[in-house]
Design a protein around this ligand. Structure first.
Ligand code: IDP
Length: 141
């Protein structure tokens, strides 16, 4: 079934010039970018996005990292977009992410793991709303 997922190349991925390579992997998998923005996250958006981790000791470092430069945020669309995108990016910790996944190929530490993707259909909707508001809800852009 066609669905949408929210994907964000984090500041380390943007700094290292990985946007083209990563977008290409999504396209080859059949997940089409239908909207994208290069933007800096406000602290407020960052704190809302990661609110499920607010009790963690690394939370403040995470907020500093994710607001340290522009991110490349996009909506991808395709069959089972969330499950397929999660498979493409690999597990949270790049040390455990197999080669062939984005985190496995480009990340080396959990502190800077290159990319984010929604982990469920419901979260995809919430993240698209948080990052793009009404614009993200448009059918085709
Ligand atoms: P996910 O990004 O794979 O969905 P989450 O558990 O939601 O995983 O964690 C969100 C982000 O928080 C991770 O992608 C990573 O950037 C950061 N993070 C998670 N666990 C740790 C940790 O143990 N140390 C430092 N950063 C972490």
């Amino acid at each position: 079934m066609n669905e949408r997922a929210f994907v964000m190349i984090k500041p380390d991925g943007v700094r290292r010039g990985l946007i083209g390579e990563i977008v290409s992997r999504f396209e080859k998998k059949g997940l089409k970018p239908v909207y994208a923005e290069l933007k800096e996250l406000s602290e407020e958006t960052a704190r809302t996005h990661y609110q499920h981790l607010k009790e963690q000791l690394f939370f403040e470092d995470l907020i500093q990292y994710i607001t340290s430069g522009p991110v490349f945020a996009m909506i991808v669309e395709g069959r089972s977009a969330v499950a397929n995108a999660r498979a493409l990016i690999g597990p949270t910790n790049p040390v455990k992410a197999p080669p062939g996944t984005i985190r496995g190929d480009y990340g080396s530490d959990i502190d800077e793991n290159v990319i984010h993707c929604s982990d469920s259909f419901d979260h995809a909707g919430m993240e698209i709303q948080l990052f793009f508001g009404k614009t993200g809800m448009l059918q085709k852009l």
